[in-house]
Design a protein around this ligand. Sequence first.
Ligand code: SF4
Length: 490
Amino acid sequence: MTVSSHFSSHDLEFIDDDEFHEECGVVGVWTAQDAASLTALGLHALQHRGQEASGIVTYDGNNFHSHRGLGLVGEVFADPRVISALPGGVAIGHNRYATTGETQIRNVQPLYGDFEFGGFAVAHNGNLTNAQLLKQSLVRRGCLFQSSTDSEVFIHLIAISLYTNVIDRFIDALKQVQGAYSLVALSKDMLIAARDPLGVRPLILGKLPNGQEENSWVVASESCALSSMGADFVRDIEPGEVIIIDNNGVRSIHPFSGHTSSRFCIFEYVYFARPDSVIDNKSVYMARKKIGAELAKECHVDADVVVPVPDSGVPAAIGYAAASNIPFELGIIRSHYIGRTFIEPTDQIRHLGVKLKHATNRAVIEGKRVVLIDDSIVRGTTSKKIVEMVRAAGATEVHLRIASPPTKHSCFYGIDTPAQEKLLAYIHDTNEMCKLIGADSLGFVSSDGLYRALDEEKRDNQNPQYCDACFTGEYPISLTDHDMNLIKSK
Ligand code: SF4
């Protein structure tokens, strides 16, 4: 889909952060020397999935130990005394992204509870769509919630379960929740990993090689964590699968009957996952290049140079450049040293965010017709600023190409998105968006083009192969809290 515009740009609101945010990354280790250090290394590799807070829980055979803090993994675990105070051969860890105001230490995971069967810690990536309804009923039954995260319902559902053993209680809890979850949990006897029946969020199993104990396993949100942890990839954990790792090894159970097809989040391939990760046997990097090639086929424009909006637009731009025979150049340079300044809470700082983050490389832009490649448009504020910057650097034309279909719907499965009314593609058609952003033309890859890049013939409209609800509005899991008005829009 491509449109052109020769209108001048209009004002857009520049007050809010303009990116999708993955909400969490999880790691588990069973059993290894320095389990806490290994977990911290895994969390560091998953930093892109959450930058606001981090935590690790370990078990040393007698006691559980925990450290949770606000900030990047390298900040939370910077002091070697913190890791030293986390002894034990088994551990789970969590990175969290949270919107400003909700980043409180009580919300930082892993969550921990003392049960009649002993201690139990849980770390969750995803979002439950009936958490508020469950919470209302749990509070009525006397459960006292310590945090405002949806993940805490797991702790209470496990606590009140009438089953006696840990696994049955855990599965009892899973059967009551709706939504997306990739979980790691730790009891004194086992590490448990679980994916929701549709496998919306990723989760993989890895093995620690020689040098560690024979029965040494890791679980992580993405395979990119494995190289940091010195572990080998074993396999993706399947949708609806529960894996139990204990002193007898690894076993797998499938407690959900009737759920067979996966609805993995297609946006993990577009943007969220790290490009060196492999998900469901597909390299994220190669998938992004193929999306770029599809985009070039569908939205060709005569131009002199293809420029990615770094970092997430880079692989798609390489694919676009190769497929269109237009040279690829790094016309925008991203600073990696601004920390989290751009999401500081004042409007003024947010306004400065894009300029702090990106600078133009005039040498490859001046006098050129530029094709700019980005992964998505959320509110459009970033796109408008970047188009302005590229023009100011001397581009004669700026054509914006987006490596995903228009984002018209909010995500309720673990990605922080603005309310639908704030999504540019919900409010405006492509022609209007182009005009507001100030580009000479704007094009999005089609839904079928995106599916082709993922080795599908096209989107199967009867049984879509992925969750693509933020493009299509077809939500594969009930939005119970939303439909009952139990959650507030952002
Ligand atoms: S709604 Fe979009 S971002 Fe959310 S899980 Fe589905 S595809 Fe992913």
